[in-house]
Design a protein around this ligand. Sequence first.
Ligand code: RNT
Ligand code: ZN
Length: 413
Amino acid sequence: MSRYQNAQQDYLQLGIDTEAAMARLRDVPIAVHCWQGDDVVGFDQRGPLSGGIQTTGNYPGRAATPEQLMADMSFALSLMPGKKKINLHASYSIPKEGEVVDRDALKPRHFAKWVEFANKRGLGIDFNPTLFSHPMVKDNLTLSSPDEQVRRFWINHCRRCLAISEYFANETGQPCVMNIWIPDGYKDIPGDRLSPRRRFKEALDEILAAPYDHSKVFVTLESKVFGIGLESYTVGSAEFCLSYSACGSVTPLMDNGHYHPTELVSDKIPSLLLFHKRLALHITRGVRWDSDHVVLFDDETREIAKEIVRNNALNRVFLATDYFDASINRIAAWVTGVRSVQKALLFALLQPNALLTELQDQNQMTRLMALQEQLKLLPFGEVWKEYLEREGVPYDYLAPVEDYEKTVLAKRG
Ligand code: RNT
Ligand code: ZN
């Protein structure tokens, strides 16, 4: 018997089918964020990253052009098993040589190269309007700005992005998730907390009134608790975004870096599943703050996966990664994070959920605790290895990444 077959038997004793788990995992799409490859800089501006988010580190080899980012992303994707989509920001538009196009004038054709990239690899595309790192972000405000011109610019940008999202859906034949996140907030105690939120609400209403195909484009709204330099007040708070989503036209998006450090997104998932048709996640790892460290196969990532899997919600939850570490090899960061999400999902698919529920309902809490500890030590690694082998991707991804670093990344200026 192979090591995998032994593992299969161990799981079978608990009534768990490893074959079914691997088959299910293979079809779960993960939207892989493009911005890990270039430290969230984008192609349409040269300035620093703004909007209360920050990358730290200057590991050599950052992708600085569309060609480089596509090459790196393509290589990273080749080391990830399972189904993937690519997740783009509007700041990654690729206009023609010499053409300058501002964000309120973007058209589908500015993303034609990305469509080509995705279609060559059979990938869907998710999208994000980019409301940061731009001169029209005035006093740290975009859609909630009291300046009509500023609001108008960003409303137009978001409406353009809806059209581009629809284009992505049409061209790839896969639905497009379009996520709206605004950095808007104040560093210190505001004099008026209501008006910025009212303006944001009205701006969203106006954006969403644009005609777009609701069966192909799913708009999500991402909340946040605070940003760097915006510590005292965030316009798009959790309550704002959840309430807006509850009104029906958008899907709530939870980024697990966007809550107080002792709050757990895993615990929020079931509540949202009860009240929302769909749910979206940005999976990240905050260390003491929204630091966007690379996602690991850690407790909270596993708990998040469990809440999706055991509530039968894989079809209702849009999964996307969102982290950016500029202090280590960016491709290794990409692959490690996406694989961690997939590992967590596989781990969740290998839980005896009916048994766990039964123990809870019978108030057998001692047994429940002991069993959950035991489950951690089942030969999970053998099933993961088997999955990778069947997917045709190497278990050890560092060797090819190090090779790519030597032959490609090290040669960049
Ligand atoms: C910022 C949000 C947002 C961004 C990306 C680049 O705190 O998490 O999702 O990280 O859109
Ligand atoms: Zn996010």
